[in-house]
Design a protein around this ligand. Sequence first.
Ligand code: 0RQ
Length: 503
Amino acid sequence: MPGRIRNRQLATKIVEADEAARLIPAGANVGMSGFTGAGYPKEVPGALAKRLAEANAQGDPMKVSLWTGASTAPELDGALAEADGIELRLPYQSDPVSREKINSGRMDYIDIHLSHVAQRVWQGFLGPLDVAVIEISGITEDGKLIPSSSVGNNKTWIEQADRVILEVNAWQSEQLEGMHDIYYGTTLPPYRRPIPLTDPRDRIGVPYLECPPEKIAAVVETEAPDRNTAFKEPDGISRAIAGHVLDFLTSEMRCGRIPESLLPLQSGVGNVANAVLAGLREGPFSGLTAYTEVIQDGMLDLIDSGTLRMASATAFSLSPSAVDRFNKHADEYRSRILLRPQEISNHPEVVRRLGCLAMNGIVEADIYGNINSTHMMGSRIQNGIGGSGDFARNAYTSIFVTPSTAKDGAISTIVPMVSHVDHTEHDVDVIVTEQGAADLRGLAPRQRAKQIIERCAHPDFRPALRDYYERSLAASYGGHTPHLLDESLSWHRKYLQEGTMRV
Ligand code: 0RQ
Protein backbone atom coordinates (compact mmCIF):
# COMPACT_ATOMS: atom_id res chain seq x y z
CA MET A 1 0.00 0.00 0.00
CA PRO A 2 2.68 2.51 -0.99
CA GLY A 3 2.08 6.03 0.09
CA ARG A 4 -1.25 5.50 1.89
CA ILE A 5 0.14 5.56 5.45
CA ARG A 6 2.59 8.43 5.27
CA ASN A 7 2.98 8.89 9.03
CA ARG A 8 5.82 6.80 10.47
CA GLN A 9 4.46 6.54 14.00
CA LEU A 10 1.07 5.27 12.83
CA ALA A 11 2.72 2.86 10.36
CA THR A 12 4.12 1.01 13.39
CA LYS A 13 0.55 0.27 14.53
CA ILE A 14 -0.37 -1.88 11.52
CA VAL A 15 -1.87 -5.21 12.59
CA GLU A 16 -4.05 -7.94 11.09
CA ALA A 17 -7.84 -7.54 11.37
CA ASP A 18 -8.16 -10.41 13.89
CA GLU A 19 -5.77 -8.70 16.27
CA ALA A 20 -7.59 -5.38 15.93
CA ALA A 21 -10.96 -7.06 16.53
CA ARG A 22 -9.61 -8.46 19.83
CA LEU A 23 -9.37 -4.86 21.07
CA ILE A 24 -13.19 -4.73 21.12
CA PRO A 25 -14.46 -6.04 24.49
CA ALA A 26 -17.72 -7.91 25.08
CA GLY A 27 -20.62 -5.52 25.62
CA ALA A 28 -18.77 -2.60 24.00
CA ASN A 29 -20.44 0.31 22.28
CA VAL A 30 -18.76 0.40 18.87
CA GLY A 31 -19.01 3.35 16.48
CA MET A 32 -18.24 2.34 12.92
CA SER A 33 -17.91 4.43 9.79
CA GLY A 34 -20.28 3.86 6.87
CA PHE A 35 -23.18 5.56 5.18
CA THR A 36 -25.42 4.03 2.48
CA GLY A 37 -22.91 1.35 1.60
CA ALA A 38 -19.93 3.70 1.34
CA GLY A 39 -16.84 4.10 3.50
CA TYR A 40 -17.57 1.31 5.99
CA PRO A 41 -14.75 -0.81 7.47
CA LYS A 42 -14.31 -3.99 5.44
CA GLU A 43 -11.98 -6.20 7.54
CA VAL A 44 -12.48 -5.67 11.29
CA PRO A 45 -16.28 -6.29 11.27
CA GLY A 46 -15.76 -9.75 9.69
CA ALA A 47 -13.07 -10.61 12.24
CA LEU A 48 -15.30 -9.36 15.05
CA ALA A 49 -18.27 -11.36 13.72
CA LYS A 50 -16.11 -14.51 13.77
CA ARG A 51 -15.17 -13.85 17.39
CA LEU A 52 -18.77 -13.18 18.40
CA ALA A 53 -20.01 -16.32 16.63
CA GLU A 54 -17.34 -18.44 18.36
CA ALA A 55 -18.16 -16.99 21.77
CA ASN A 56 -21.88 -17.56 21.20
CA ALA A 57 -21.24 -21.16 20.03
CA GLN A 58 -19.20 -21.86 23.18
CA GLY A 59 -22.10 -20.78 25.38
CA ASP A 60 -20.32 -17.61 26.45
CA PRO A 61 -22.54 -15.08 24.67
CA MET A 62 -20.91 -11.89 23.49
CA LYS A 63 -22.61 -8.94 21.83
CA VAL A 64 -21.77 -5.35 21.00
CA SER A 65 -23.90 -2.29 20.29
CA LEU A 66 -23.34 -0.91 16.82
CA TRP A 67 -23.59 2.77 15.89
CA THR A 68 -22.86 4.00 12.37
CA GLY A 69 -23.64 6.90 10.06
CA ALA A 70 -26.38 5.04 8.19
CA SER A 71 -26.67 1.70 6.36
CA THR A 72 -23.52 -0.29 5.61
CA ALA A 73 -23.22 -3.62 3.78
CA PRO A 74 -23.52 -7.39 4.25
CA GLU A 75 -19.86 -7.61 5.37
CA LEU A 76 -20.65 -5.35 8.31
CA ASP A 77 -24.32 -5.27 9.33
CA GLY A 78 -25.08 -8.65 7.77
CA ALA A 79 -22.06 -10.45 9.27
CA LEU A 80 -22.56 -9.09 12.80
CA ALA A 81 -26.30 -9.76 12.76
CA GLU A 82 -25.78 -13.26 11.36
CA ALA A 83 -23.46 -13.97 14.31
CA ASP A 84 -26.22 -12.81 16.68
CA GLY A 85 -23.69 -10.26 17.85
CA ILE A 86 -25.64 -7.00 17.93
CA GLU A 87 -27.38 -5.93 21.12
CA LEU A 88 -28.49 -2.50 19.92
CA ARG A 89 -28.28 -0.89 16.49
CA LEU A 90 -28.63 2.76 15.47
CA PRO A 91 -29.38 5.08 13.63
CA TYR A 92 -30.37 3.59 10.21
CA GLN A 93 -29.94 0.22 8.55
CA SER A 94 -31.27 -1.58 5.50
CA ASP A 95 -29.76 -5.03 5.93
CA PRO A 96 -32.17 -7.98 5.51
CA VAL A 97 -30.58 -10.10 8.28
CA SER A 98 -30.63 -7.20 10.76
CA ARG A 99 -34.19 -6.37 9.71
CA GLU A 100 -35.26 -9.92 10.48
CA LYS A 101 -33.57 -9.87 13.92
CA ILE A 102 -35.06 -6.49 14.79
CA ASN A 103 -38.56 -7.54 13.74
CA SER A 104 -38.34 -10.82 15.62
CA GLY A 105 -37.44 -8.88 18.76
CA ARG A 106 -33.90 -10.27 19.00
CA MET A 107 -32.11 -6.98 18.33
CA ASP A 108 -32.93 -3.53 19.71
CA TYR A 109 -32.96 -0.70 17.22
CA ILE A 110 -33.19 3.05 17.74
CA ASP A 111 -34.48 4.75 14.61
CA ILE A 112 -33.28 8.34 14.93
CA HIS A 113 -33.00 11.46 12.75
CA LEU A 114 -29.51 11.35 11.27
CA SER A 115 -28.73 14.93 12.29
CA HIS A 116 -29.54 14.11 15.92
CA VAL A 117 -27.11 11.25 16.44
CA ALA A 118 -23.99 13.25 17.30
CA GLN A 119 -25.91 15.37 19.80
CA ARG A 120 -27.45 12.31 21.49
CA VAL A 121 -23.99 10.80 21.91
CA TRP A 122 -22.55 14.05 23.27
CA GLN A 123 -25.45 14.25 25.69
CA GLY A 124 -24.53 10.80 26.98
CA PHE A 125 -27.87 9.10 26.37
CA LEU A 126 -26.31 6.15 24.61
CA GLY A 127 -23.53 5.56 27.13
CA PRO A 128 -19.80 5.84 26.52
CA LEU A 129 -18.35 4.98 23.13
CA ASP A 130 -15.71 2.34 23.77
CA VAL A 131 -14.22 1.83 20.34
CA ALA A 132 -14.43 3.54 16.94
CA VAL A 133 -13.62 1.58 13.76
CA ILE A 134 -13.20 4.04 10.93
CA GLU A 135 -12.34 3.54 7.28
CA ILE A 136 -10.09 6.22 5.81
CA SER A 137 -8.34 6.49 2.45
CA GLY A 138 -4.95 7.49 3.84
CA ILE A 139 -2.88 9.15 6.57
CA THR A 140 -0.78 12.25 5.88
CA GLU A 141 2.84 12.71 7.00
CA ASP A 142 1.70 14.68 10.02
CA GLY A 143 -0.92 12.11 11.06
CA LYS A 144 -4.08 13.69 9.65
CA LEU A 145 -6.71 11.22 8.47
CA ILE A 146 -7.95 11.45 4.88
CA PRO A 147 -11.62 10.42 4.91
CA SER A 148 -12.96 7.94 2.35
CA SER A 149 -16.24 7.71 0.45
CA SER A 150 -18.41 8.73 3.40
CA VAL A 151 -17.99 10.98 6.42
CA GLY A 152 -21.17 10.21 8.40
CA ASN A 153 -20.54 10.36 12.16
CA ASN A 154 -16.79 9.71 11.95
CA LYS A 155 -15.76 13.00 13.52
CA THR A 156 -18.00 12.32 16.52
CA TRP A 157 -16.94 8.68 16.85
CA ILE A 158 -13.25 9.64 16.85
CA GLU A 159 -13.80 12.40 19.39
CA GLN A 160 -15.94 10.29 21.69
CA ALA A 161 -14.27 6.88 21.55
CA ASP A 162 -11.77 5.69 24.14
CA ARG A 163 -9.76 4.00 21.39
CA VAL A 164 -9.77 4.15 17.62
CA ILE A 165 -9.08 1.43 15.05
CA LEU A 166 -8.36 2.71 11.55
CA GLU A 167 -8.87 0.79 8.32
CA VAL A 168 -6.84 2.32 5.53
CA ASN A 169 -8.46 1.33 2.24
CA ALA A 170 -6.27 1.53 -0.86
CA TRP A 171 -9.26 0.69 -3.09
CA GLN A 172 -10.59 4.19 -2.41
CA SER A 173 -9.34 6.82 -4.85
CA GLU A 174 -6.31 8.80 -3.65
CA GLN A 175 -7.98 11.75 -5.30
CA LEU A 176 -10.51 11.86 -2.46
CA GLU A 177 -7.95 13.95 -0.57
CA GLY A 178 -9.28 17.49 -0.46
CA MET A 179 -12.91 16.57 -1.24
CA HIS A 180 -14.04 16.68 2.39
CA ASP A 181 -15.00 19.54 4.66
CA ILE A 182 -14.93 18.57 8.33
CA TYR A 183 -16.44 21.24 10.55
CA TYR A 184 -15.18 21.29 14.13
CA GLY A 185 -17.39 24.19 15.27
CA THR A 186 -20.46 22.39 16.61
CA THR A 187 -20.99 22.39 20.34
CA LEU A 188 -23.73 22.00 22.93
CA PRO A 189 -26.00 24.86 24.03
CA PRO A 190 -25.63 27.52 25.37
CA TYR A 191 -22.36 27.88 23.45
CA ARG A 192 -23.75 27.32 19.96
CA ARG A 193 -22.99 29.79 17.19
CA PRO A 194 -24.52 30.03 13.71
CA ILE A 195 -23.11 27.50 11.27
CA PRO A 196 -21.40 29.77 8.73
CA LEU A 197 -22.68 28.03 5.62
CA THR A 198 -24.79 30.09 3.22
CA ASP A 199 -24.17 28.26 -0.05
CA PRO A 200 -23.77 24.50 -0.73
CA ARG A 201 -20.29 25.31 -2.12
CA ASP A 202 -19.03 26.89 1.11
CA ARG A 203 -16.10 25.28 2.85
CA ILE A 204 -16.34 25.91 6.57
CA GLY A 205 -13.95 23.30 7.97
CA VAL A 206 -10.82 21.34 7.11
CA PRO A 207 -10.26 18.47 4.63
CA TYR A 208 -9.04 16.00 7.27
CA LEU A 209 -10.26 14.16 10.35
CA GLU A 210 -8.09 14.70 13.38
CA CYS A 211 -7.27 12.14 16.04
CA PRO A 212 -4.65 12.22 18.81
CA PRO A 213 -2.14 9.47 17.85
CA GLU A 214 -2.20 7.95 21.35
CA LYS A 215 -5.89 7.14 20.85
CA ILE A 216 -5.19 5.10 17.74
CA ALA A 217 -4.89 1.53 18.95
CA ALA A 218 -4.46 -0.24 15.61
CA VAL A 219 -4.24 0.34 11.88
CA VAL A 220 -5.53 -2.30 9.47
CA GLU A 221 -4.87 -2.25 5.74
CA THR A 222 -7.40 -3.26 3.12
CA GLU A 223 -8.11 -2.94 -0.57
CA ALA A 224 -11.77 -4.05 -0.61
CA PRO A 225 -14.45 -2.20 -2.59
CA ASP A 226 -17.57 -0.48 -1.27
CA ARG A 227 -20.77 -2.51 -1.66
CA ASN A 228 -22.05 -0.71 -4.76
CA THR A 229 -25.40 -2.11 -5.84
CA ALA A 230 -26.58 -1.33 -9.35
CA PHE A 231 -29.72 0.75 -9.85
CA LYS A 232 -32.62 -0.70 -11.80
CA GLU A 233 -33.39 0.98 -15.10
CA PRO A 234 -36.32 3.29 -14.29
CA ASP A 235 -39.61 1.47 -15.02
CA GLY A 236 -42.82 3.08 -16.28
CA ILE A 237 -44.01 3.90 -12.76
CA SER A 238 -40.75 5.56 -11.70
CA ARG A 239 -40.69 7.52 -14.95
CA ALA A 240 -44.28 8.66 -14.43
CA ILE A 241 -43.48 9.79 -10.86
CA ALA A 242 -40.38 11.59 -12.11
CA GLY A 243 -42.48 13.27 -14.82
CA HIS A 244 -44.96 14.64 -12.25
CA VAL A 245 -42.12 15.91 -10.02
CA LEU A 246 -40.55 17.67 -13.00
CA ASP A 247 -43.88 19.21 -14.03
CA PHE A 248 -44.31 20.44 -10.47
CA LEU A 249 -40.82 21.98 -10.34
CA THR A 250 -41.28 23.56 -13.77
CA SER A 251 -44.54 25.12 -12.71
CA GLU A 252 -42.95 26.40 -9.49
CA MET A 253 -40.24 28.01 -11.60
CA ARG A 254 -42.75 29.54 -14.02
CA CYS A 255 -44.72 30.97 -11.07
CA GLY A 256 -41.50 32.62 -9.91
CA ARG A 257 -41.38 30.74 -6.60
CA ILE A 258 -38.01 29.20 -7.39
CA PRO A 259 -35.26 30.23 -9.83
CA GLU A 260 -34.20 28.43 -13.02
CA SER A 261 -31.33 26.95 -11.04
CA LEU A 262 -34.00 25.66 -8.63
CA LEU A 263 -32.91 25.55 -4.98
CA PRO A 264 -30.42 23.10 -3.48
CA LEU A 265 -31.79 19.62 -4.06
CA GLN A 266 -32.03 16.86 -1.49
CA SER A 267 -32.85 13.47 -2.85
CA GLY A 268 -33.45 10.24 -0.94
CA VAL A 269 -32.01 6.94 -2.05
CA GLY A 270 -33.63 4.36 -4.33
CA ASN A 271 -34.74 3.84 -7.87
CA VAL A 272 -37.52 6.44 -7.92
CA ALA A 273 -35.18 9.14 -6.61
CA ASN A 274 -32.64 8.15 -9.23
CA ALA A 275 -35.30 8.38 -11.97
CA VAL A 276 -36.25 11.91 -10.82
CA LEU A 277 -32.61 12.97 -10.98
CA ALA A 278 -32.27 11.45 -14.46
CA GLY A 279 -35.37 13.43 -15.52
CA LEU A 280 -33.86 16.73 -14.36
CA ARG A 281 -31.41 16.54 -17.26
CA GLU A 282 -34.33 16.92 -19.66
CA GLY A 283 -36.01 19.76 -17.76
CA PRO A 284 -35.62 23.50 -18.43
CA PHE A 285 -33.21 23.85 -15.51
CA SER A 286 -29.55 24.80 -15.39
CA GLY A 287 -26.88 25.65 -12.85
CA LEU A 288 -28.39 23.35 -10.23
CA THR A 289 -26.85 22.60 -6.84
CA ALA A 290 -27.49 19.81 -4.34
CA TYR A 291 -27.39 19.93 -0.56
CA THR A 292 -28.15 16.36 0.29
CA GLU A 293 -27.00 13.26 2.14
CA VAL A 294 -26.10 10.92 -0.67
CA ILE A 295 -24.59 11.30 -4.12
CA GLN A 296 -26.00 8.57 -6.31
CA ASP A 297 -25.63 7.77 -10.00
CA GLY A 298 -28.25 10.30 -11.06
CA MET A 299 -26.29 13.14 -9.41
CA LEU A 300 -23.06 12.11 -11.08
CA ASP A 301 -24.89 12.05 -14.43
CA LEU A 302 -26.20 15.56 -13.74
CA ILE A 303 -22.66 16.76 -12.98
CA ASP A 304 -21.37 15.13 -16.18
CA SER A 305 -24.08 16.76 -18.27
CA GLY A 306 -23.28 20.15 -16.75
CA THR A 307 -26.82 20.52 -15.32
CA LEU A 308 -25.57 20.24 -11.73
CA ARG A 309 -22.85 22.70 -10.79
CA MET A 310 -22.04 21.25 -7.42
CA ALA A 311 -23.19 18.68 -4.86
CA SER A 312 -22.68 18.73 -1.10
CA ALA A 313 -23.38 15.45 0.73
CA THR A 314 -22.03 13.14 3.41
CA ALA A 315 -21.58 9.99 1.29
CA PHE A 316 -21.59 8.38 -2.11
CA SER A 317 -23.98 5.58 -3.03
CA LEU A 318 -22.88 4.61 -6.52
CA SER A 319 -23.40 1.57 -8.75
CA PRO A 320 -20.24 -0.33 -9.83
CA SER A 321 -20.14 1.41 -13.21
CA ALA A 322 -20.57 4.87 -11.64
CA VAL A 323 -17.80 4.08 -9.12
CA ASP A 324 -15.47 3.23 -12.00
CA ARG A 325 -16.34 6.52 -13.64
CA PHE A 326 -15.85 8.40 -10.38
CA ASN A 327 -12.52 6.74 -9.58
CA LYS A 328 -11.19 7.48 -13.08
CA HIS A 329 -12.16 11.15 -12.95
CA ALA A 330 -12.08 11.85 -9.19
CA ASP A 331 -9.65 14.68 -9.78
CA GLU A 332 -12.22 16.54 -11.92
CA TYR A 333 -15.12 15.79 -9.58
CA ARG A 334 -13.18 17.26 -6.65
CA SER A 335 -14.14 20.82 -7.56
CA ARG A 336 -17.82 19.83 -7.78
CA ILE A 337 -18.34 17.54 -4.79
CA LEU A 338 -17.96 18.18 -1.06
CA LEU A 339 -18.47 15.55 1.64
CA ARG A 340 -19.33 16.76 5.16
CA PRO A 341 -20.22 15.21 8.54
CA GLN A 342 -23.89 14.19 8.60
CA GLU A 343 -24.41 16.60 11.48
CA ILE A 344 -23.83 19.36 8.88
CA SER A 345 -25.15 17.77 5.68
CA ASN A 346 -28.49 17.27 7.47
CA HIS A 347 -28.42 20.27 9.77
CA PRO A 348 -31.91 21.79 10.18
CA GLU A 349 -30.48 25.32 10.44
CA VAL A 350 -28.62 24.97 7.14
CA VAL A 351 -31.44 23.13 5.34
CA ARG A 352 -33.86 25.91 6.32
CA ARG A 353 -31.43 28.69 5.37
CA LEU A 354 -30.59 27.23 1.96
CA GLY A 355 -34.24 26.46 1.24
CA CYS A 356 -33.69 22.90 0.07
CA LEU A 357 -36.12 21.09 -2.21
CA ALA A 358 -36.52 17.73 -0.46
CA MET A 359 -37.62 14.54 -2.24
CA ASN A 360 -38.02 11.31 -0.30
CA GLY A 361 -39.61 7.90 -0.73
CA ILE A 362 -42.34 6.58 1.58
CA VAL A 363 -44.16 3.44 2.62
CA GLU A 364 -47.63 5.01 2.78
CA ALA A 365 -49.50 8.30 3.14
CA ASP A 366 -52.94 8.93 4.53
CA ILE A 367 -55.72 11.04 3.11
CA TYR A 368 -54.72 13.99 5.33
CA GLY A 369 -51.04 13.88 4.38
CA ASN A 370 -49.39 12.08 7.30
CA ILE A 371 -46.52 9.89 6.16
CA ASN A 372 -45.18 6.50 7.20
CA SER A 373 -41.63 6.01 5.88
CA THR A 374 -40.56 3.09 7.98
CA HIS A 375 -43.06 0.52 9.26
CA MET A 376 -44.91 -2.07 7.17
CA MET A 377 -48.42 -2.53 8.55
CA GLY A 378 -47.50 -0.31 11.48
CA SER A 379 -45.11 -2.67 13.19
CA ARG A 380 -42.50 -4.23 10.90
CA ILE A 381 -39.58 -1.88 10.32
CA GLN A 382 -38.13 -1.70 6.82
CA ASN A 383 -35.09 0.64 7.04
CA GLY A 384 -35.49 3.76 9.16
CA ILE A 385 -36.34 7.45 8.97
CA GLY A 386 -32.76 8.26 7.95
CA GLY A 387 -32.40 11.89 7.01
CA SER A 388 -35.88 12.28 5.57
CA GLY A 389 -37.15 14.09 8.67
CA ASP A 390 -34.15 16.41 8.89
CA PHE A 391 -35.00 17.64 5.41
CA ALA A 392 -38.79 17.31 5.31
CA ARG A 393 -39.47 19.58 8.25
CA ASN A 394 -36.94 22.22 7.27
CA ALA A 395 -37.03 22.21 3.48
CA TYR A 396 -38.45 25.06 1.41
CA THR A 397 -40.64 22.48 -0.28
CA SER A 398 -40.95 18.91 0.90
CA ILE A 399 -42.00 16.35 -1.71
CA PHE A 400 -42.75 12.70 -0.94
CA VAL A 401 -42.90 10.12 -3.72
CA THR A 402 -44.29 6.57 -3.94
CA PRO A 403 -45.98 4.22 -6.38
CA SER A 404 -49.73 4.27 -5.58
CA THR A 405 -49.79 0.52 -4.90
CA ALA A 406 -47.41 -2.12 -3.53
CA LYS A 407 -47.23 -5.91 -3.64
CA ASP A 408 -48.63 -6.28 -7.15
CA GLY A 409 -51.54 -4.01 -6.45
CA ALA A 410 -52.71 -5.74 -3.25
CA ILE A 411 -51.77 -2.71 -1.11
CA SER A 412 -52.84 0.88 -1.57
CA THR A 413 -50.08 3.24 -0.43
CA ILE A 414 -52.78 5.88 0.09
CA VAL A 415 -54.77 4.75 3.14
CA PRO A 416 -57.42 6.24 5.45
CA MET A 417 -54.93 6.54 8.33
CA VAL A 418 -51.22 5.70 8.32
CA SER A 419 -50.30 2.79 10.55
CA HIS A 420 -47.17 4.59 11.84
CA VAL A 421 -46.25 8.29 11.62
CA ASP A 422 -42.78 9.52 10.67
CA HIS A 423 -43.72 12.84 9.06
CA THR A 424 -46.81 14.63 10.26
CA GLU A 425 -49.17 16.43 7.90
CA HIS A 426 -47.43 19.68 8.94
CA ASP A 427 -44.18 18.62 7.26
CA VAL A 428 -45.63 17.44 3.97
CA ASP A 429 -46.05 19.86 1.08
CA VAL A 430 -46.49 17.65 -1.96
CA ILE A 431 -47.28 13.94 -2.46
CA VAL A 432 -46.53 12.40 -5.84
CA THR A 433 -47.48 8.98 -7.20
CA GLU A 434 -47.53 7.76 -10.80
CA GLN A 435 -51.16 8.94 -10.84
CA GLY A 436 -50.29 12.58 -10.22
CA ALA A 437 -49.22 15.21 -7.69
CA ALA A 438 -51.21 16.59 -4.76
CA ASP A 439 -49.99 20.05 -3.76
CA LEU A 440 -51.10 20.38 -0.14
CA ARG A 441 -49.68 23.79 0.61
CA GLY A 442 -52.26 26.18 1.93
CA LEU A 443 -54.97 23.53 2.19
CA ALA A 444 -57.07 22.58 5.23
CA PRO A 445 -57.41 18.87 6.12
CA ARG A 446 -60.69 18.25 4.26
CA GLN A 447 -59.33 19.98 1.15
CA ARG A 448 -56.16 17.91 1.40
CA ALA A 449 -58.13 14.66 1.58
CA LYS A 450 -59.87 15.41 -1.72
CA GLN A 451 -56.60 16.28 -3.47
CA ILE A 452 -54.79 13.19 -2.22
CA ILE A 453 -57.63 10.79 -3.09
CA GLU A 454 -58.33 12.25 -6.54
CA ARG A 455 -54.73 12.93 -7.61
CA CYS A 456 -52.58 10.30 -5.94
CA ALA A 457 -54.62 7.18 -5.14
CA HIS A 458 -54.78 4.32 -7.62
CA PRO A 459 -58.16 4.34 -9.47
CA ASP A 460 -58.93 0.86 -8.11
CA PHE A 461 -58.80 2.18 -4.53
CA ARG A 462 -60.35 5.61 -5.10
CA PRO A 463 -64.02 4.58 -4.64
CA ALA A 464 -63.27 2.95 -1.26
CA LEU A 465 -61.29 5.99 -0.10
CA ARG A 466 -64.06 8.35 -1.19
CA ASP A 467 -66.58 6.16 0.60
CA TYR A 468 -64.50 6.19 3.82
CA TYR A 469 -64.08 9.95 3.61
CA GLU A 470 -67.77 10.65 2.92
CA ARG A 471 -68.92 8.45 5.80
CA SER A 472 -66.32 10.07 8.07
CA LEU A 473 -67.72 13.50 7.22
CA ALA A 474 -71.14 12.31 8.36
CA ALA A 475 -70.20 10.35 11.47
CA SER A 476 -66.83 11.56 12.82
CA TYR A 477 -66.57 12.84 16.40
CA GLY A 478 -64.90 15.97 15.03
CA GLY A 479 -65.25 17.54 11.63
CA HIS A 480 -61.81 19.10 11.32
CA THR A 481 -59.96 15.90 10.41
CA PRO A 482 -62.83 13.44 9.99
CA HIS A 483 -62.16 9.79 10.85
CA LEU A 484 -64.05 6.63 11.73
CA LEU A 485 -61.83 5.21 14.43
CA ASP A 486 -63.30 1.70 14.23
CA GLU A 487 -62.40 1.60 10.57
CA SER A 488 -59.37 3.80 10.05
CA LEU A 489 -56.84 0.95 10.28
CA SER A 490 -59.15 -1.72 8.83
CA TRP A 491 -57.34 -1.63 5.48
CA HIS A 492 -54.15 -2.82 7.19
CA ARG A 493 -56.02 -5.42 9.21
CA LYS A 494 -57.62 -6.73 6.03
CA TYR A 495 -54.21 -7.05 4.37
CA LEU A 496 -52.82 -8.96 7.35
CA GLN A 497 -55.84 -11.30 7.42
CA GLU A 498 -56.54 -11.71 3.70
CA GLY A 499 -53.32 -10.68 1.92
CA THR A 500 -55.02 -7.78 0.16
CA MET A 501 -56.57 -4.38 0.87
CA ARG A 502 -58.91 -4.80 -2.09
CA VAL A 503 -62.62 -5.04 -1.41
O1 0RQ B 1 -40.90 -4.86 -0.65
O2 0RQ B 1 -39.22 -5.76 -2.17
O3 0RQ B 1 -40.45 -7.24 -0.55
O4 0RQ B 1 -41.64 -6.23 -2.52
O5 0RQ B 1 -41.45 -2.16 0.59
O6 0RQ B 1 -40.34 -0.79 -1.57
O7 0RQ B 1 -41.00 0.16 -3.77
O8 0RQ B 1 -38.74 -1.03 -3.52
O9 0RQ B 1 -39.29 1.23 -2.47
O10 0RQ B 1 -36.73 1.05 -2.41
O11 0RQ B 1 -38.00 3.17 -2.97
O12 0RQ B 1 -37.99 2.21 -0.63
C1 0RQ B 1 -39.79 4.01 2.03
C2 0RQ B 1 -38.54 1.90 2.17
C3 0RQ B 1 -39.03 2.93 -0.05
C4 0RQ B 1 -37.34 4.01 1.42
C5 0RQ B 1 -38.69 3.21 1.41
C6 0RQ B 1 -42.67 -2.74 0.11
C7 0RQ B 1 -42.36 -3.06 -1.33
C8 0RQ B 1 -40.92 -3.57 -1.21
C9 0RQ B 1 -39.53 -1.48 -0.69
P1 0RQ B 1 -40.52 -6.13 -1.56
P2 0RQ B 1 -39.80 -0.17 -2.94
P3 0RQ B 1 -37.89 1.92 -2.21
C10 0RQ B 1 -32.28 9.43 2.40
C11 0RQ B 1 -33.69 9.55 2.96
C12 0RQ B 1 -36.98 6.23 4.54
C13 0RQ B 1 -35.61 6.86 4.68
C14 0RQ B 1 -35.37 8.02 3.78
C15 0RQ B 1 -36.93 4.41 2.82
C16 0RQ B 1 -40.33 -2.67 -0.13
O13 0RQ B 1 -37.49 5.16 0.64
O14 0RQ B 1 -36.34 3.64 3.55
O15 0RQ B 1 -36.24 8.53 3.10
N1 0RQ B 1 -37.24 5.70 3.24
N2 0RQ B 1 -34.13 8.46 3.77
O16 0RQ B 1 -43.26 -4.02 -1.84
C17 0RQ B 1 -46.26 -2.71 2.68
C18 0RQ B 1 -46.67 -0.56 1.85
C19 0RQ B 1 -45.50 -0.69 1.04
C20 0RQ B 1 -44.78 -1.88 1.14
C21 0RQ B 1 -43.78 -0.53 -0.27
N3 0RQ B 1 -47.40 0.55 1.83
N4 0RQ B 1 -47.00 -1.59 2.66
N5 0RQ B 1 -45.14 -2.90 1.94
N6 0RQ B 1 -43.73 -1.75 0.29
N7 0RQ B 1 -44.87 0.13 0.16
C22 0RQ B 1 -31.44 8.23 2.72
C23 0RQ B 1 -30.95 8.14 4.12
O17 0RQ B 1 -31.47 8.75 4.97
C24 0RQ B 1 -29.83 7.29 4.46
